[in-house]
Design a protein around this ligand. Structure first.
Ligand code: EPS
Length: 391
């Protein structure tokens, strides 16, 4: 198989009760002023959302840069971002005891067998969504780069269990939706839906149960031609899908109309192309679309329309009431073990997804325009746009 080394890469880690989350980003250009407040705001948002458990009252996630930054500006060296855990007790065997009754839906069972142990502890620590703090920080760093070329990312909660908001997201209303999202305890820019979502989460909590939902991310301002149709690894939709599916507890990813395309005719699915010269200076370069079923990506490449991605998060697999399971030592039927957890983390996941998608867009931007410095990136970006407009 053809393998492809992308310009931008990132390794993240973060165990539930380990000392810290860590992101190591390579391939990031020099000369970018990082907006540390923005990065920390994203980390704070990730900690929030109605339905989170006690952990988030303990932690105050903030990013510490251990490498790659000098006087607030990127140097071109690998960026090393640390998010310390206050609740760090991996070696305290009394407070983090072995776990022998795997939680259905969790990595517990498969991981314990994979690593040849009857103690699920190491698996649950490593599989933990605590790692998404590091991933959020890395995505927020990448979004500082996107802003340089006017690309904005907006994520929100589309649904919790069966409560769905029908808000329509467009470039023209995204600022007001962002404000509405900030005012929503579940990060859904719809007052009425927010109230119902909170009700659903509250009811699940009473029943010692959990709920999931849909997160949706829109990306505005991408030029035509990010990504590629040439190889699997270059396809931007494939990269976005992998990044979103890689978020803990996500079970599906859709771009634009998503799986609905399977039940309609082509004439009803594909977005007609028109030309409007007054839109020549927009990301569309004049090639207008009246609808966006493609979700901004055709042939693995951006087409100038907003990118639209939906991800489905399953209900958290740690249920206070437990689920039928088996003790790995005795093989007898028992209830699954309980770890302090959340009732619903869809709001937090929407922040993770927003930043994870932003990271992939930044990767595609660097693949196309590259450069050791942000200055070169911008020059190359402008040269491409002017060549494209001159066609
Ligand atoms: C956390 C995610 C959780 C916990 C953690 C913090 O992920 P998971 O259930 O996948 O391990 O690790 O803490 C708790 C919910 C808790 O109360 O300890 C996070 O997103 O910060």
């Amino acid at each position: 198989m053809h393998t492809h080394m992308t310009t931008l890469n990132c390794v993240t880690t973060g165990e539930s009760h380990g000392p810290c989350g860590l992101a190591v980003i390579t391939g990031f250009p020099a000369g970018l002023d990082l907006d540390i407040d923005f990065i920390n705001t994203e980390l704070k948002r990730r900690q929030g959302g109605y339905g989170r458990g006690g952990r988030q009252r303990i932690e105050t996630d903030t990013a510490t840069f251990l490498g790659g930054v000098r006087s607030g500006q990127t140097t071109g060296a690998p960026l090393v971002v640390q998010i310390p855990n206050k609740d760090s007790r991996l070696d305290d065997l009394e407070r983090t005891p072995p776990v022998h009754r795997p939680r259905p839906g969790h990595a517990d069972l498969a991981g314990s067998i994979k690593w040849l142990t009857d103690d699920c502890r190491n698996t649950l620590e490593r599989a933990s969504a605590r790692e998404t703090a590091a991933r959020t920080a890395a995505g927020a760093v990448a979004r500082c780069l996107l802003r340089e070329v006017g690309i904005e990312v907006f994520g929100f909660v589309r649904s919790v269990q069966e409560v769905v908001t029908d808000v329509v997201v467009e470039p023209a209303n995204v600022d007001s939706l962002r404000a509405a999202r900030e005012a929503s305890e579940v990060y859904s820019p719809d007052d009425a839906a927010t109230k119902k979502m909170i009700e659903v989460i509250r009811a699940a909590k009473v029943d010692k149960d959990t709920v999931g939902g849909l997160c949706e991310v829109h990306v505005f301002g991408c030029p035509v031609g990010l990504g590629s149709c040439v190889t699997l690894a270059d396809r931007l939709d494939a990269r976005i899908a992998a990044a979103v599916m890689g978020i803990q507890a996500f079970k599906s990813v859709e771009i634009g109309m998503g799986r609905e395309v399977a039940s309609r005719r082509g004439s009803d699915v594909h977005d007609p192309i028109a030309y409007d010269d007054s839109l020549r200076d927009t990301p569309l370069l004049g090639f207008m679309r009246e609808r966006n079923n493609a979700g901004g990506i055709e042939g693995g490449m951006t087409n100038g329309m907003p990118i639209v991605v939906t991800g489905a998060m399953k209900p958290i697999s740690t249920l206070l009431r437990g689920m039928p399971s088996v003790d790995l030592r005795t093989k007898s039927s028992e209830h699954s073990d309980y770890e302090r957890s959340d009732v619903c983390a869809v709001s937090a996941a929407s922040v993770v997804m927003e930043n994870a998608v932003g990271f992939e867009i930044a990767g595609a931007l660097l693949d196309k325009f590259g450069g050791d410095t942000v200055r070169e990136l911008r020059t190359s970006y402008e040269a491409y746009l002017s060549a494209a407009r001159g066609l």
